[in-house]
Design a protein around this ligand. Structure first.
Ligand SMILES: NC(=O)C1=CN([C@@H]2O[C@H](COP(=O)(O)OP(=O)(O)OC[C@H]3O[C@@H](n4cnc5c(N)ncnc54)[C@H](O)[C@@H]3O)[C@@H](O)[C@H]2O)C=CC1
Ligand SMILES: N[C@@H](CC=O)C(=O)O
Length: 382
């Protein structure tokens, strides 16, 4: 213990509490560009701003160099005086992701990170190129991890060459699911199966759907709370959960694709083909079928839960099930997700990760955690 460190007063044990020895922090600078300032992206910006002083004191300078939305982007080189003179017309320029990445990377050898908080496939298509150029990438966007296998392999290969790629928040938002699996595998365990509840939206809907309000009203509320995907059909069709299964399977080295997942959709075919606004306008067509599902569950003395499973033989399924009231999943709350890893070591009693699995705040925190892990691995640069 550092005898020179000041002692802090503690009401009960005045001499036991001492300040930890102080060390000079290793100074690192990370240039950051955010793509997709929506619900998660905005929450992340708020969290980054709130943490800036604390991070700086611990040696990490985060420099926000740009924000790109679908049509427009802001770069920190944009000149405030010029903007004032041009009636702010220069603040946002047309979005161009190549220019955006070049700007964040700069030409001074700095560490650069792009955070993709969109749900856009075209953005995901840039990852391999960015990583190859030395730009780190963090994302909650599931489209790279569950998209074409060759593209996923190219992204992984590019990340092995230097820049880091992290995507913890793609599975169950801020819960430590991908890292838990990674740690199991890296320490020599073997994944046998994963099962549980992987949709925060559907967990919340199943918890709140008690016949008191129409199902459609609950879906609208889940959307407003930021739990659903930008298009709630991605949740209701089971696609979002299927994507998470694919991401976990690939993490385990299994070549699973979305087509391999047996998915039961809650969206009738006639609503599946509509554009997003038209679908939302006809959402009440889900009320009668969902009321019927609830009645079946109650008649059986059970509860509705949205469950999914995956095993090492490539069997993967996503469905709405009636579970007995005594089942552990019946006692989950709000947006709770449950992920059960059955492995060689955790065989008779699976390893469980459980907690809120959707929402801008918790998701942004998962993204932020990835950023910090990358920052931790950076070397100091002038
Ligand atoms: N909301 C949640 O609880 C969770 C969300 N996620 C993922 O986080 C991502 C963001 O979700 P939300 O913030 O809820 O969605 P959102 O719809 O609120 O935000 C998405 C943003 O991306 C922007 N965008 C769309 N296309 C773009 C493009 N080509 N270039 C740049 N920006 C573009 C949109 O303008 C919007 O600002 C999605 O991939 C979602 O799957 C992951 C875990 C949990
Ligand atoms: N819409 C998703 C968000 C997290 O991935 C969900 O509800 O689980």
């Amino acid at each position: 213990m550092n005898a020179l460190a000041p002692q802090l007063e503690h009401p009960k044990h005045p001499v036991l509490v001492r300040a930890l020895p102080t060390t000079t922090p290793r100074r690192r600078m990370l240039a950051v560009g955010l793509i997709g300032p929506g619900r998660v992206g905005s929450a992340l910006l708020t969290q980054l701003r709130a943490a800036q002083t604390r991070l700086s004191e611990s040696g990490l300078e985060l420099k926000l160099c740009g924000v790109a939305a679908s049509k427009r982007m802001w770069l920190d080189c944009d000149d405030p005086d010029l903007n004032r003179r041009c009636d702010r017309a220069q603040i946002w320029r047309p979005a161009d992701l190549r220019q955006f990445a070049r700007h964040v990377l700069g030409d001074d050898g700095r560490h650069a990170l792009l955070i993709d908080c969109s749900a856009n496939d075209e953005v995901a298509a840039h990852y391999a190129g960015w990583l190859a150029e030395g730009v780190h990438v963090v994302t909650p966007n599931k489209l790279a991890g569950s998209g074409p296998l060759e593209r996923w392999q190219a992204i992984r290969a590019a990340s092995h060459a230097g820049a880091r790629f992290r995507y913890e928040a793609t599975v169950c938002a801020g819960l430590p699911v991908v890292q838990t699996l990674r740690d199991l595998l890296d320490t020599g365990d073997e994944l046998l199966a994963v099962d549980g509840m992987f949709s925060g939206t559907l967990a919340w809907l199943c918890n709140r759907h008690d016949g008191g309000r129409p199902f459609s009203a609950l879906v609208r509320e889940a959307h407003a709370l930021g739990y659903t995907e930008p298009d709630p059909r991605d949740d209701l069709s089971g696609l979002d959960v299927a994507r998470k299964l694919v991401i976990l399977a690939r993490e385990a080295g299994w070549a699973l694709s979305l087509d391999d997942v047996d998915v039961q959709s809650l969206v009738p075919a006639e609503l599946a083909a509509l554009d997003a606004d038209a679908f939302m306008a006809r959402l009440d067509e889900l009320d009668a079928p969902m009321a019927a599902q609830l009645a079946i569950a109650r008649a059986e003395g059970g509860v509705l839960r949205h469950v999914a499973s995956l095993d090492r033989d490539g069997r993967a399924s996503v469905k709405l099930a009636v579970l007995p009231a005594s089942h552990p999943f019946a006692h989950t709350r709000l947006t709770d997700n449950v992920v059960q890893f059955t492995t060689r070591r955790y065989h008779d009693n699976p390893l469980l990760v459980q907690g809120p699995g959707a929402g801008p705040e918790v998701t942004a925190a998962g993204v932020f955690g990835d950023l910090l892990r990358i920052a931790e691995s950076l070397e100091a640069r002038a």
